[in-house]
Design a protein around this ligand. Sequence first.
Ligand SMILES: Cc1cc2nc3c(=O)[nH]c(=O)nc-3n(C[C@H](O)[C@H](O)[C@H](O)COP(=O)(O)OP(=O)(O)OC[C@H]3O[C@@H](n4cnc5c(N)ncnc54)[C@H](O)[C@@H]3O)c2cc1C
Ligand code: SF4
Ligand code: SF4
Length: 595
Amino acid sequence: MAGFLTELSKGLVNPDGTPAVRSSVLPDMPPQVLCYERADDIGFGVSGVVTRARGLRAAFPDLEPKQIPMAASVTEEKVAYLLDPIGASRRSWALRATDACIRAFKGLAPLEHEAVELPWTPPFLHKNDGLVLSMGQFMQWAGAQIQSTGTVQIWPGTPVASPLLERNQVVGVRLLDQGVDKQGLPGEGFMPGMDIRAALTVVGDGPVGSIGQQLDEHFGVPQGHQSRDWAVGMKFVVDLPDDTRLKAGTVLHTFGFPEPEIFGFLYVHPDRIASLGIFVPSWFDSPVRTSYRYLQHWMLHPYLWRHLKGSKLRSWGAKTLGESGLRGEPRLAGNGFARIGEGSGSTNVLTGSGVDEAWTTGAQLAQAVLELLKAGKPFSQENLEQTYVKRRRSSWVETEGRVAEKSRDGFQKGVVRGMIGMALAGLTNGRLTLSGEPIPPYRRVPTLENYYRGRIPAEEIARLRKECAIKGVSLQGALMHRCGWPSIPYDGQLLVSHQDALLLGGKVQAPPGYADHVAFLYPRLCAECGVRICIEVCSGQAITPGDQGVPLFDREKCVHCGACYWNCSQAHPENPERMNIAFRSGTGGLHSAEN
Ligand SMILES: Cc1cc2nc3c(=O)[nH]c(=O)nc-3n(C[C@H](O)[C@H](O)[C@H](O)COP(=O)(O)OP(=O)(O)OC[C@H]3O[C@@H](n4cnc5c(N)ncnc54)[C@H](O)[C@@H]3O)c2cc1C
Ligand code: SF4
Ligand code: SF4
């Protein structure tokens, strides 16, 4: 949304302050622009971020990293394959054979700190001339510039509940009801959500946005499109030790550990600060895919621990990424509305890039809006397609999105195949890929008994399940321990319990008077669900075992990451593209402007 508002705010007024485009209601003013943000401030999102920053530099041609807190130019990029120093990860025979060869023939691939750094990084992964940023700090910087133009009002802490639909047109939005109980029923101080009517409603609500979901339900999605590729990203922002050798602008990417499917990143900001984390992708078929515990094991890998030992947690966060790219593209425009950003299928999974693409689609829409306003044309589907969609189709976002479209399909059938498929797509500009059908979790995720067959007997799983339910905790700790994952040596500053991370790494806010935004749609399905993966994946430990098998949701711990929404292991009875969990509009979440 920041890309849209930056470009639009610059075009609404002339250099002398007079309106470049006039409001039809108040002709001495430019049209009114309102932006509603559900989080308590701008910049409370979560991202890496390393970016080539093409779109950002187009918006700010004089951009210097030192203008933005925590920004640095990319100075060094490395990709490392991490071996398993513990012997607990679930590796295929192909990967075990690779590891054995690496250990046996050290001269072929230099093995240091249980890792092999790739001697060459393919060009499609390079972030040449790019930037390392903090999403929070960059958004606050960009937000201040947008607001200083006086043309845009930004309303944080104001969730939009739904689009206002009249026939086949979006005519504005309805804000969320306040003064309601957890189920949304009116209580003391009830204030129904206000209706805001608008000539154009711009939807940039990210990968789990409820407004986008409602538009998809109403208007449908283009034939063959689906959003079955996603990943849960979890990150720490840390103070590196005083004597760190990591320089600002260093970019490390890893794969192979803690599980072969999990990718890791470490980006270094100025002043010895680093952002680091992992992605747990949709094709990882473990029914206990916890991000938090895996993130800790990843940090403890010798390749990373030599840099991280002595570090201190500053901030923590989690968020899902929509990784379907062009295949997840919804209807980009209709009468009275347009979609931008990750929720519009802009993220490029081949280059590992989303911020620049999201920004650029917003800027393209702003140019289209200014063109239509100046021509006095309405925001009809036809006009938006001829201006916004046309710009998008002819831009690098689309061209590179086409290259990336099938690049990760190989991962559906295994990690080695996935890596080969990605390299093929990247090196041939998408002409060659390896096939694999993205499938939803209810078809992918096996039962605990099947997943751990040969490692943990079914009777023991049943016993552990019972014990964990009595304690009201998830199962992953007990199962991972049983598979050989060691306990985490808590040090109170970097290696801390999940609950302590919620306190040390930010603060979860859940203002009273709002309905629960996570809901279990069909309790019967939860009661019958043998996996209850929503409990295992929950980034904030906000979902716990409940009576009769139906999980409990605690809004005061929810960081709005959306992991439960994507991971639910039961299909929605009426819509096979959806699961048995609803992720609705809600306020609150994690307070940290560093993520
Ligand atoms: C851990 C992690 C690491 C990443 N690393 C990188 C990286 O290194 N480089 C890169 O380029 N990309 C990276 N990405 C991806 C990148 O962050 C996203 O592609 C990008 O943030 C998408 O921007 P967006 O504005 O479309 O969506 P979002 O950033 O999700 O923003 C959507 C906004 O809409 C608000 N919203 C949602 N619903 C409502 C509602 N109902 N009412 C009001 N407001 C609402 C949300 O609060 C949010 O602020 C990473 C992502 C993650 C999670
Ligand atoms: S929400 Fe989904 S994963 Fe969780 S218990 Fe219910 S059906 Fe199972
Ligand atoms: S309940 Fe909240 S914190 Fe937990 S997975 Fe769902 S969105 Fe994330």
